[in-house]
Write a protein that binds this ligand. Structure first.
Ligand code: CAA
Length: 258
């Protein structure tokens, strides 16, 4: 079992949970933490006992951004060769769904990390923002792209140009997040959702995630063709035969993951 210094990991039911654990720095995302997080998520992805993952911080902070102290003196070359942000791309290759459970600050890279996950469950105290403009820079890990796709140009411009933060309720109304719960239960609810998804047909879940994410990368025509190929492909699985037989015979389906 790998031991980590900047995150805590556990499996609850079939949900792999990774919790950022630099509380004194409000979970600022330095290279070490992000490397550990990516390694942990890849390990969950390879573990058949895990069907879905949750990335969380603590109640006060999901993450207050990339680690400003670690990058303040950096040169462009050091940022590039240190893979400061490139290593975040590993998240893109995780095939099982990843849910962000956000409470408190989700700022800068923290907001970007949450948006790079497949769904966001928030506590009532969550705050989402891209305050990089206050540091003389712009978001560098998806904040100008994923945020705009999620909330539209008007709100994204306000957040990125003027550092406006969104409360959990505002983020819900803007379509940035899935659900809001009291702080006492948001993590439990995120894990419950992860376990509900993990109980579904695993190959279909994987391809469903792939198909929805493809809509961000492809034209509508190419996306529809891609979706149709994945749909046809699922007819090669035992789980498709099982799911449809279970429906016809009015019984629960038993998924085999193949
Ligand atoms: N990087 C490094 N350290 C951070 C940090 C960050 N992003 N955010 C907070 N911390 C540290 C503080 O320096 C402080 O440490 P010390 O006690 O050693 O000084 C500790 O966490 C607690 O923070 P505060 O005392 O500031 O707590 P607060 O409650 O007064 O304020 C806050 C909370 C409003 C979130 C404030 O900490 C803040 O504004 N943080 C920075 C937010 C930010 O600008 N994020 C964007 C970072 S750049 C980025 O993310 C680029 C990208 O796109 C990838």
């Amino acid at each position: 079992m790998t031991t980590y210094e900047n995150i805590l990991t556990r499996v609850e039911g079939r949900a792999g949970v990774a919790q950022l654990n630099r509380p004194r720095a409000l979970n600022a995302l330095n290279r070490e933490l992000m490397t550990e997080l990516m390694t942990a998520l890849e390990a969950f992805d390879a573990d058949p006992a895990v069907g879905c993952m949750v990335v969380a911080g603590n109640d006060r902070a999901f993450a207050a951004g990339a680690d400003i102290k670690a990058m303040a003196a950096a040169t462009p070359a050091q940022m590039m060769t240190g893979s400061f942000i490139d290593l975040w791309d590993r998240l893109h290759h995780i095939s099982k769904p990843v849910i962000a459970a956000v409470s408190g600050f989700a700022l800068g890279g923290g907001c970007e990390l949450a948006m790079a996950c497949d769904m966001i469950i928030a506590s009532e105290t969550a705050q989402f923002g891209q305050p990089e403009i206050n540091l003389g820079v712009i978001p560098g890990a998806g904040g100008t792209q994923r945020l705009t796709l999620a909330v539209g140009k008007a709100l994204a411009m306000e957040m990125v140009l003027n550092g406006r933060t969104l409360s959990a309720e505002e983020a819900l109304r803007a379509g940035l997040i899935n659900r809001v719960y009291p702080v006492e239960v948001y993590l439990e609810e995120a894990i419950r959702l992860a376990n509900a998804i993990a109980a579904r047909a695993p190959v279909a879940v994987r391809l469903a995630k792939e198909a929805v994410n493809a809509s961000f990368e492809m034209s509508l025509r190419a996306g529809l063709d891609h979706e149709r190929r994945l749909f046809y492909l699922l007819f090669s699985t035992d789980d498709q035969k099982e799911g449809m037989d279970a429906f016809i015979n009015k019984r629960p389906a038993h998924w085999r993951g193949q």
